[in-house]
Design a protein around this ligand. Structure first.
Ligand code: AHR
Length: 346
């Protein structure tokens, strides 16, 4: 038996043991979900029966978006396609992600997929992966490490998302002939130091700073969760009597913020007291866009699994891969949402 085969068997056994531990913790129900039938009829499982072992470090399960992202990756990297996928839920802690990566390195997995919670703090562990010869594919968020420390990145353009939010506000105020009126804005930010938060903040600010009449009254961390979004929004409402616009950096925080606004006796959306700008575009939020209660939802696309699968297939064949792959994203308002709503699966 070749060394490569022995190595893969040892890694698979270690992976199975880890999987048992993960199941025991209840982090994810099933790390090896059923495969979906391939539309193109291709067979992805390798002829020699060896599986490609992938260790996936996911940030957590803070949002509907995150669950959709985990599902997308688990749906793409199935046993039927030749993968053995180990998923670890880091529960919002970078230290847990670093531990998971080190575990994957010691198990000698074939690939590591990392959704990094923050941009910084990855150099050492990425160097360890590189020394072990294990390609690292970054997913969703980006890191500030040197590009040589990872193989590629598959994710979303948060800077562009932030810019799109501000551009929409510009257009909306123009339509209402309010472009030069005083506009009071509060911002619910996501995880500090994450590229999702940093990009959306920088993108929005780059355009907001051109308008002296756009007053950003406050910006606080809503942790990308409904509970925290509601708590922070309730504080804003008690401090600022005349909020015109809420920019909420994900839908889950938006749901919480909308609860707080309703409890304060105010209305949201088209013709309402407060304009709502949200990010992610999950189905539940798109339904509120359709109803006119959320004014605009800037999409952050969680469907990244197929891109990761394609990258791994290229690497397996020794073909070159790009340094970055951006998923496609849209902007949803009441004008275009209806045609996309029915097809939304998350
Ligand atoms: O990194 C993507 C962001 O993280 C999504 O906007 C948010 O919902 C998630 O938790």
């Amino acid at each position: 038996m070749s060394w490569c085969k022995v190595r893969k068997m040892v890694a698979a056994l270690a992976a199975i043991m880890t999987a048992g531990l993960i199941w025991g913790c209840g982090a994810f129900q099933d790390i090896r979900p059923e495969a979906e039938e391939e539309a193109d009829g291709r067979i992805y499982a390798q002829d020699n029966g060896e599986l490609i072992i992938v260790g996936f470090s996911q940030i957590g399960s803070e949002s509907i978006w995150r669950t959709a992202n985990t599902n997308s990756i688990q749906r793409a990297l199935t046993k039927e396609r030749g993968y053995f996928l180990i998923t670890d839920n880091a529960r919002q802690k970078q230290e847990n992600q670093i531990k998971a990566i080190r575990r994957y390195i010691s198990q000698r997995v074939d690939y590591i997929v990392l959704s990094p919670i923050t941009e910084s703090g990855w150099d050492t562990v990425l160097e360890e992966a590189r020394e072990a010869g294990i390609p690292v594919i970054l997913a969703d968020r980006s890191v500030d490490s040197d590009e040589s420390l990872y193989t590629t990145w598959v994710g979303t353009n948060s800077l562009q998302e932030g810019e799109r939010a501000a551009r929409w506000l510009e257009g909306n105020l123009k339509e209402k002939n309010r472009l030069y009126e005083d506009i009071n804005i509060v911002i619910l930010q996501g995880t500090p130091g994450s590229s999702a938060e940093a990009g959306r903040t920088a993108g929005f600010d780059s355009i907001a700073s051109r308008y002296g009449n756009w007053h950003i009254l406050d910006r606080q961390n809503g942790e990308f969760t409904t509970a925290k979004g509601k708590e922070v929004m309730a504080q804003y409402l008690s401090c600022y009597p005349d909020i015109d616009v809420v920019v909420s950096q994900n839908d889950d925080m938006t749901f919480g913020a909308m609860e707080a606004i309703a409890e304060a006796g105010l209305t949201t959306g088209i013709g309402g007291d407060i304009t709502i700008i949200s990010f992610d575009a999950v189905k539940e939020a798109l339904e509120l866009v359709r109803q006119g209660k959320i004014n605009v939802d800037i999409e952050c696309n969680p469907e990244q699994g197929e891109y990761i699968h394609d990258v791994i297939q290229k690497l397996e064949q020794g073909s070159p891969v790009e340094k970055a792959y951006e998923v496609e994203e849209m902007v949803f308002t009441h004008r275009n949402v209806a045609q996309y709503l029915a097809g939304r699966t998350y």
